[in-house]
Ligand binder design. Structure first.
Ligand SMILES: Cc1cc2nc3c(=O)[nH]c(=O)nc-3n(C[C@H](O)[C@H](O)[C@H](O)COP(=O)(O)OP(=O)(O)OC[C@H]3O[C@@H](n4cnc5c(N)ncnc54)[C@H](O)[C@@H]3O)c2cc1C
Length: 495
């Protein structure tokens, strides 16, 4: 069955709603009537400020000039995430967006690093990766030759405003009002309109649910069900607070593990976003809040806001004529900043599945299959951080160490532990290099490596490794500090 689509209605105007409006408006605004409904009375979740590199592609699709965008949304650059106290108390590693060394077709660079280590060439892995080094030295520049792989930290509220401007310029109509009822067609069960508190009726052919955790359309009206993953991802609460800036912003997110969760620090140009993600089963709110407030690095600008969530996913992200986007589609938890990326990925997939005659049911099926794989692979990558740890200093960490994990993740860990090999499967978001950096960072050192790495003589190995180290160090030495670069490239408010 194919149903015609002339009008698309987006319910909700947080990051998800405005990303949808901007992309659909910019690419297909001439073809579809696009309406976004949001209520000023219902605040957005107000967090979601760390991103990953594919956001650059999203901005290219929107023709967003980087400098203008960054100064409009108070953005800084992000080269990765610093994981502190995750393997054990006092330990730190960075999961960067960079690629270390040089691979060969038979094996990745990590095999050469392991082989070199066995021969006494004992330099940290970070010496072989420009993004890791630059993050550690707090340096950054946008390079035209051999650019670094980077993402952004941004102000979520300003980002929604920025995207709204793009959307409205592309013809998207914003309707202000609180959605009271989602009206379904009696025969098909499809959504036919949203009825607002003012009694205004917003009808449409296709609906995108961006109403956040409420999931007013996908859950409230269509009731697709939820797959709960809290046994693997036990955090269910967050406290968020902003602080004043008191030092130059670092080009990475900080993730600092505590007794039953972890704290984030996201530096923008003029303030810092902070928060604590924790499990209410293992930590009470009062204790969690005290820990967060004791570990802030600047004066708080606002009171800590509590957010409850359930980790897991909707059983279907697309059902009938409704697509769930953002928090309405489920939530894994923000450890690897993947939520905004999933919004982008789903939007691009939706656009690719459209046809001139409308939407076919096979599109819905394809979308759900592909999205399920995306989400499950990301889920496994996040579980890895909790599972592989030497920490047993609290009930929470003992639970994580001992929990059963999905078989695909178990296999990935076992293979890497045995011989240092990782495969990127199912076109998953995180590539081999990310898995290597996090597995080694969390404490897995493979017991073996590929024979190809032993084909080099001692001298060849010494020269090969030294050449990579010196080229990475040279590259990073020539960079300005991240703070200086931001000041001249995209100072907040200059746009
Ligand atoms: C603690 C935490 C930290 C996070 N950190 C990150 C991160 O670092 N990186 C990342 O990628 N993601 C992160 N996320 C996820 C990210 O915040 C979200 O994916 C993103 O903000 C999108 O949210 P949303 O637009 O789906 O929902 P919301 O921001 O909640 O927006 C919902 C919208 O729906 C509207 N609405 C709701 N009900 C009605 C109604 N009845 N009538 C009319 N309008 C209505 C609201 O007004 C609002 O406009 C984090 C999430 C949490 C909880």
């Amino acid at each position: 069955m194919t149903y015609p689509v002339k009008k698309i209605v987006i319910a909700g105007g947080g990051t998800a709603g405005w990303m949808a409006a901007a992309l659909l408006g910019k690419t297909l605004g001439k073809r579809y009537e696009i309406v976004l409904v949001e209520s000023d009375e219902i605040p957005t979740v107000g967090v979601g400020e760390a991103t990953i590199p594919p956001l650059q592609t999203f901005h290219k699709m929107l023709d967003v000039p980087e400098r203008e965008f960054m100064s409009a949304v108070n953005a800084t650059f992000k080269l990765g995430i610093s994981f502190e106290n995750w393997k054990e108390l006092g330990h730190r590693y960075i999961h960067s967006f960079g690629y270390a060394g040089k691979d060969c077709w038979a094996c990745q660079f990590v095999h050469f690093w392991l082989a070199a280590k066995r021969r006494g060439i004992n330099f940290p892995y970070s010496d072989y990766c420009a993004e890791l080094l630059a993050a550690e030295e707090s340096k950054f520049a946008v390079l035209s030759k051999a650019p670094m792989n980077y993402a952004y930290h941004l102000d979520a509220g300003l980002y929604a405003k920025y995207l709204r401007k793009i959307s409205e310029a592309a013809g998207v109509i914003r309707v202000e009002g609180k959605i009271n009822t989602v009206s379904l067609n009696h025969d098909s069960g499809f959504i036919d309109s949203l009825v607002l508190e003012s009694e205004q009726r917003v009808s449409g052919d296709f609906f995108i649910d961006c109403t956040g955790f409420r999931g007013l359309l996908i859950d409230g009206a269509l009731n697709v069900g939820f797959e709960d993953w809290s046994h693997w991802l036990p955090c269910d609460s967050a406290l968020a607070v902003q602080t004043q800036m008191h030092e130059a912003p670092v080009p990475y997110t900080r993730s600092i593990a505590h007794k039953a969760g972890w704290q984030w620090r996201i530096p923008l140009q003029t303030r810092v976003g902070n928060g604590l993600v924790y499990s209410s089963k293992f930590w009470n709110d009062g204790e969690a809040e005290a820990t967060l407030m004791d570990n802030l690095s600047g004066d708080a600008i606002n009171a800590a806001k509590i957010i409850r969530f359930r980790t897991g996913t909707r059983r279907k992200h697309w059902h009938k004529n409704c697509l769930a986007l953002g928090l309405s589609s489920g939530f894994l938890e923000p450890l690897e900043s993947t939520s905004i990326h999933l919004i982008q990925k789903s939007l691009v997939r939706l656009v690719q599945l459209l046809s001139v005659d409308g939407i076919n049911l096979s599109s819905e099926k394809e979308f759900n299959q592909q999205t399920k794989v995306d989400v499950e692979r990301i889920r496994d990558f996040i579980i890895l951080h909790y599972k592989v740890t030497d920490r047993s200093d609290s009930e929470f960490w003992r639970y994580c160490q001992n929990m059963e994990i999905p078989p695909a993740l178990e296999q990935k860990i076992n293979l890497f532990r045995a011989n240092g090999t990782v495969f990127k499967v199912d076109n998953e978001l995180f590539g081999e290099e990310s898995w290597v950096q996090v597995m080694m960072g969390q404490g897995i050192i493979p017991s073996s490596y590929h024979p190809a790495a032993d084909l080099l003589s001692d001298q060849e190995m010494t020269d090969f490794m030294a050449a990579i180290r010196s080229s990475m160090h040279r590259k990073v030495q020539g960079l300005p500090s991240h703070g200086d670069f931001l000041n001249h490239y995209c100072r907040y408010g200059n746009s």
